[in-house]
Every structure is written in C-alpha cells, then in structure tokens.
Design a protein around this ligand. Structure first.
Ligand code: AHR
Length: 550
C-alpha cells in the first residue's frame, strides 16, 4: 500500500560526540565548505519557517487549546501559555490550519459563533488504524467539538507572530464557501453580516488572511481528483473572491513526492487564468521509508522512532535529502507551462514519519518521539529550502505539537521541547537573509541496506547574509564519525564568531516529559580573525555559526 491508498481510506553502536568547540585541527580536514559572499541569491522568506496545525490527535486539543475555563494549565485566552511563549521565540513565519486531510471535511461555519453552541462532528481521523491502544476514542480527537475555530486560530497566530495560512475545503464544500470564509475573515468591521459575526466571536477587526490553500492532497484524501479535473476546480474556486484590500495568495494542491505527472498535467490545464490566480504550488514530502525503498509499503516500511540501526537511520536521512531533487525537478516541470516562474513552490507538509508506538500519550494519534535523527532531518531539510530560496516561498513542518515531527510535546500540565524545536530556534537566524552560495567538498557516506550499497551526501549546509551577519548552518549526518572541517569565507573578513551546536553522545537521545533537557544546544562565542574557521562537527549534529563580517 502506498500513501495515496492509505489516505483514500540495535541500535547502532555510537561513538561519543567530539566536544563541539571551535578548535585548530592538526590533521588534514575531512570536509571543506567555501562560502562565496559575492554570490548572493534570493531572500529567504520567513514563511519557509512555517508550521502545520491539523485537527489530528493531540495537536489542537490538549496541544494548543487547553480551554479558558480552567486554572490547572497556564493559558492565554485558552491557548497553552508555555507553547505560545516557546513558539514565539523561533519566529514562526506562518501556520497552516486546519489540515491536512481534515481540511477537506471541515466546514468553517461550524467553528464560529458561541463556543458552547458549536456542533460536534466526526473527525476525518476517527477510523485511522494507528490509534494507540488505550486511547479514549470518544473525545475531541475523534469527535470534533469545534471549540477551536477561525477566531481562536487567528488569535493563536497573533500571539506567536505568525501569518495564518488557511486550507479551504474543495472536496466537500462549494466554491461559495471559500469566498464567504474570506468574507468572514477579511471584510471590514461592520460591513457585512459575517463581519458582525466575527465581531460577536471576539474579533471586530478584520483578520486580513492572505494565504489560502485551495484543497489539500487533492490527488488523495482531498477528492481523488485527476490533475486536469483539479486544475478546473482551482480555476473555478479562484475565479472570483473579494479582496478587501488584502492581496490574497492562493496555493494549489500540488504533488506528493515525485509525482511529476501531477504537476505537469495540472499546470498544462491551469492555463493563464489558473496560473494568474496561483501564488504557490504545494508539494508534500515525508521521510518515512526506513527500508531504503526496498519495500515501499506505507504501513510496514516505516521504522520505530526510537529504536533504529544505522541502515534505518540513513534510509530516513536519504528520504529527507531527496527534497533537493524533488524541488529541482518539480521546478523544471512547472517551467514547461510557467516559464517565468510566476508560481513558487510551497512545501506545506514535510518531516519524518515513523511507525506508531512512541506517542507521548494515547490520544496523540500519529504522535512520535523525536531523536537527534529527527534533528538531522530538520537540518538537512531547512538547508535545502534555504539553498532554493528563489524557488521555495513557504514550507511547514508536520506538525507543530504531539504529531509526527513535532516541536513540542504537551499533555495536561506537562510540556517539553523536542530536538527539532532547537533546530528551528537555531535556523531562525536565516529568515530574511540573502541566501549565499556555498560549495561543500566531502566524500559521501556509504552504508548498506539489505546487502545493497547506498550513499548520502557527507555534509549538508546553507548560508545567508543579513546586514553584516553571516549565518552558516551545517549538518553532519554521519552516525558515528566526527568531521574535521574547514569553513572558508570568501569575499569578507570575519570579526566575531559564535557557534551553536546541537549534538548528543547518542543519536537516539531525545527529550520527554520526564527528561526534558536531554538534548539542548550549546553556544560558544569566540573572537577570531582570518577567513577560515576550523571546526570538528560531531556525529549526527546540527551546527550554526553566526559570523560578523568586517
Ligand atoms: O500530516 C498528516 C497527514 O499527512 C495530512 O493530513 C495529510 O495531508 C498528509 O497525508
């Protein structure tokens, strides 16, 4: 079974990490990174550092929304306070909501009006086979109470400083409901009945929502469309919507992974009217196959989130690294119909997706633990987006809390940060910087799976320049080998350098409610002169340098 069908219905011995200090190496380097300051590229959009919140498992209820009628969990108008404060620190560019597959069953009208009068509906995920044993399958994760609706989500975005990105229902609501949802969100105070409804819901001012997804995974749970049929729907849904002075940006439901035919056929059919109304083309790509694609079976090829050997570790990283090829190839295919690249790529679902079994609590459907392997996945992926800043306009990791590659675990009054959170905190420095070309020279990492040879790149990196600050991020994916490296900065003098390193003695290290600080970054500041930084990257580590250029 593949993911489309699914939606239609040892531990390796690890070498302790070398101490992550900048140091002068005596041996010759294993890797060289040349940063070419004279070759700036596009600006890295803050929206690349986006997040995804679906009404799925413990993401909304318990994760974000704890309710405003209780005192046991600190909250801001019902929003979990610890999560709001931690998320604000990583500068989330945007947040996508309410799904995912949930989006194409969601009627936004259920999530407005007095909270105690909102209808309870069956959630898309009610019959998922991944529900953990012992989960309460009668709660809000199975029967959606609609307590968290449009205004609650908008307030969440305001609290954390993110742009809202709404996914509209194409499979089961008419086009009229897209423009009426826009009317509810954006029409001026007092202008329409829906503006009055919004005011009664507690938000008299317009929400000014700019980003609108037109369906989700329309090739699967979003309607099982053929690409030509979806293109016709996109044209129809976007043919007219009110603007209220907000430049709406519509995002089309793009391909899964390497479904290049979906992109080619949809773009050919969108024509001028479709492409003119399209800001972004959404691609989804998860790193899920721990069997190195020797057995591409959706349910059985995933591996455990905590127990994995070196082959399974590298297989997930290989899947993550494939993002680079997917971006390049879809971009080229898009150019066949859109040669000026008016439409940008939006990777609005990405992350590691492991087998079920490590949920932080039973109602956290699709929840999974997050180790240093997941931090490496995040580093590789965010580096890829930074390097392709001219192509990728937005991206959202799946998902924010208690689900897949989450930044947080939250349950009742317990809360913790995952290693992925720390990667987002480190990489936030890239936002609004100009992407700078860098050249990485190091041998590939070779491994075997099922007695077959396989390889992944030996290091991943990206660089950006904002004012006089150069940010360089580097991920060493090797499970057991530190990399003695030279980072050469061409075209400028370095004055002040800080290095922040996320590493652990064991790649299986992770945080939990009981041990929330097992994995944390360490920052070292030093004053250095000269164009070359010498550094040893610990195994399975993510590093950020912030360099002041003189
Ligand atoms: O993120 C979980 C699910 O994965 C989403 O609902 C869907 O869009 C994707 O297949």
């Amino acid at each position: 079974m593949n993911r489309r069908q699914f939606l239609g219905t040892s531990t390796a011995s690890l070498v302790a990490a070398a101490h992550p200090l900048l140091s002068r190496q005596t041996s010759s380097p294993d890797a060289r990174i040349e940063i070419l300051l004279d070759e700036p590229g596009a600006t890295i959009a803050p929206e690349i550092y986006g997040h995804f919140v679906e009404h799925l498992g413990g993401t909304v209820y318990d994760g974000i929304w704890v309710g405003d009628n209780q005192t046991a969990i600190p909250h801001i108008n019902g929003l979990r306070k610890e999560l709001v404060e931690a998320l604000r620190k990583v500068k989330p560019g945007m947040i996508r909501w309410p799904g995912g597959c949930f989006a194409d069953q969601y009627d936004w009208r259920d999530g407005v009006g007095p909270r105690n009068k909102r209808p309870r509906r069956t959630n898309f995920w009610v019959d998922a086979q991944e529900w953990p044993a012992g989960a309460n399958r009668r709660g809000p994760q199975a029967y959606e109470p609609n307590t968290f609706g449009t205004v609650e989500f908008a307030r969440f975005c305001e609290q954390v400083g993110a742009q809202p990105y709404f996914a509209a229902n194409v499979r089961s609501l008419p086009a009229q409901q897209l423009f009426q949802w826009i009317e509810y969100c954006n029409s001026p105070t007092g202008s329409t009945s829906l503006a009055e409804q919004r005011a009664a819901d507690g938000h008299p001012d317009p929400l000014n929502v700019k980003l609108w997804g037109v369906g989700n995974e329309s090739w699967g749970c979003g309607g099982n469309f053929e690409p030509e049929d979806y293109a016709a729907e996109f044209r129809r849904y976007t043919a007219w919507t009110p603007s209220y002075g907000v430049k709406t940006a519509f995002i089309g439901s793009g391909p899964n992974d390497d479904s290049f035919a979906w992109t080619r056929r949809a773009f050919a059919k969108l024509g001028h009217s479709g492409l003119d109304n399209m800001f972004g083309w959404a691609m989804h790509h998860y790193a899920w196959n721990a069997s190195a694609h020797s057995h591409p079976e959706w349910y059985t090829s995933k591996g455990d989130a905590l127990k994995f050997d070196a082959s399974q570790y590298y297989s997930i990283l290989r899947d993550a690294g494939d993002m680079d090829r997917l971006i390049r190839t879809h971009w080229d295919v898009m150019a066949e119909s859109d040669p000026t690249h008016k439409v940008k790529l939006v990777v609005d679902e990405w992350g590691a997706w492991h087998a079920s079994g490590t949920e932080p609590f039973p109602e956290a459907l699709l929840g999974q633990q997050s180790t240093m392997r997941d931090a490496v996945v995040a580093g590789i992926t965010l580096d890829t987006f930074n390097r392709h800043a001219e192509k990728v306009a937005m991206a959202s990791v799946a998902q924010l809390v208690n689900d897949l590659q989450s930044l947080f675990f939250a349950h009742e009054n317990r809360f913790c940060l995952t290693p992925t959170y720390h990667v987002f905190a480190m990489y936030a420095a890239h936002q609004t910087g100009r992407s700078i070309r860098s050249v990485v020279s190091t041998p590939d990492i070779h491994y075997t799976f099922d007695d077959r040879p396989a390889a992944i790149p030996g290091l991943s990196s990206s660089s950006s320049l904002k004012g006089a600050t150069l940010t360089v991020t580097v991920t060493n994916p090797s499970i057991d080998t530190a990399k003695v490296s030279e980072i050469a900065i061409r075209g400028g003098r370095t004055q002040h350098i800080s290095a922040t390193v996320l590493a652990a003695p064991n790649v299986h290290a992770h945080n939990s409610f009981e041990n929330p600080s097992s994995v944390e970054p360490n920052t070292t500041t030093l004053t250095a002169a000269g164009p070359v930084i010498e550094h040893t990257f610990p195994p399975a580590s993510v590093t950020k340098f912030e360099v002041t250029i003189g």
